[in-house]
Design a protein around this ligand. Structure first.
Ligand SMILES: [Zn+2]
Ligand SMILES: [Zn+2]
Length: 239
């Protein structure tokens, strides 16, 4: 059987999505054509509001640009963080389904929210986007890197070059969420390396979730050492 007749081409699938209304991913009610969520579910998503502009930690007074106490004491290597959501229901569930249950189509949904969020902000676009790399052993288990899948979609929407091969995770690390707070920094220290020079580039690191910020910090340090001029972090959700 020729390859093309086995699967419906993506373009045809997309046209179907637009022409026929389908069901909301969360509540299964009818969703407007071209949307994955119904209006009510979309409104109920836990949007990140009032966050530290440097590390994205929630808790700042909405509308102020105050850097949090932790960033004042220990400024991270990256210059700023943008998160669309808080890591709370139902966004946490969508991310877990993407990460652990092979629901790859959710990368388009979550990437869509991230791209839309960046477009509504007034930030200058970076020169390149770098998804947080997975260690080869985890990539082998999972079969894909969810951060790359999200970043792919954002890069296309914002027309920013994507570089998923210029950095590597050289050490397998325990998931940050499974570690006590005081061990998270040590867990990811020296975990990344860069195989190319990022001379003078403004880089946006892309990840699905930011927990303590130590992973992003370790990758930012690697990028800065490789010549990057500025590193920012874009995440779907901030814990
Ligand atoms: Zn719904
Ligand atoms: Zn902060």
């Amino acid at each position: 059987m020729p390859e093309s007749s086995k699967t419906v081409p993506t373009r045809t699938k997309n046209i179907h999505r637009w022409l026929w209304p389908h069901n909301c991913l969360l509540c299964h009610a009818r969703a407007p054509a071209g949307k994955d969520l119904c209006a009510a579910c979309d409104r109920s998503l836990p949007r990140a509001q009032g966050a530290c502009p440097r590390c994205g930690a929630p808790g700042a007074v909405v509308g102020t640009d105050a850097i949090c106490g932790e960033c004042q004491k220990h400024p991270p290597a990256y210059d700023g963080t943008r998160a669309v959501f808080r890591y709370a229901s139902p966004v946490d569930r969508l991310i877990q389904h993407l990460k652990y249950h092979g629901r790859l189509e959710l990368s388009r949904v979550l990437g869509g929210y991230l791209a839309e969020h960046m477009l509504t902000l007034d930030d200058a676009l970076p020169d390149v986007m770098v998804p947080v790399p997975l260690h080869v052993s985890r990539l082998r288990d999972r079969g894909y890197n969810q951060s790359l899948e999200i970043a792919r979609f954002v890069a296309k929407q914002l027309q920013v070059p994507l570089d998923w091969q210029g950095t590597q995770r050289i050490r397998p690390t325990a998931p940050q969420t499974e570690l006590p707070r005081d061990q998270r920094r040590k867990n990811v220290r020296g975990a990344f390396t860069a195989s190319r020079v990022f001379a003078g580039q403004r880089v946006a690191i892309v990840d699905d979730v930011m927990t303590s910020g130590h992973t992003a910090n370790a990758l930012a340090e690697t990028l800065l050492k490789s010549g990057a001029r500025e590193v920012r972090v874009w995440v779907v959700a901030r814990a």
